[in-house]
Ligand binder design. Structure first.
Ligand SMILES: Nc1ncnc2c1ncn2[C@@H]1O[C@H](COP(=O)(O)OP(=O)(O)OP(=O)(O)O)[C@@H](O)[C@H]1O
Ligand SMILES: [Mg+2]
Length: 97
């Protein structure tokens, strides 16, 4: 049996509110990261690298973005379902971006 990935992101979709309505800027981001693995995300400017990773670190509220759909499993737990306190404080997440 395949070992479960430490971090597994499935079909993450992120939008922002604009004057004209909401705009979806990430349309289905998938990623599996195994323990000890280093993953780089490549893409042209504006393609959604920062927003995708901010989504995984659950910083969207700070950025005024929101999730449309998706699943983020960290060690098997769906962190999208966790109540968000201040992950930026908890994880030191902002410093990673
Ligand atoms: N706070 C925000 N409010 C509204 N739209 C945003 C916000 N942050 C990013 N976007 C939009 O989301 C899209 C993805 O942007 P993002 O910053 O993730 O790109 P990037 O791949 O990290 O680019 P770069 O290589 O320049 O860092 C862009 O169209 C951008 O305009
Ligand atoms: Mg960026």
């Amino acid at each position: 049996m395949m070992k479960e990935a430490m971090l597994s992101v499935k079909d993450l979709k992120v939008s922002f509110y604009k004057d004209t309505g909401s705009v979806q800027v990430v349309r289905g981001f998938d990623m599996d990261v195994n323990k000890g693995e280093i993953v780089g995300v490549l893409g042209e400017s504006g393609s959604g690298k920062t927003v995708s990773v901010s989504g995984i670190l659950r910083l969207m509220d700070d950025m005024e973005g929101f999730y449309d759909t998706g699943e983020i499993l960290y060690e098997g737990k769906d962190i999208m379902k966790l109540k968000r306190k201040k992950p930026s404080d908890k994880l030191g997440a902002k410093r990673l971006l």
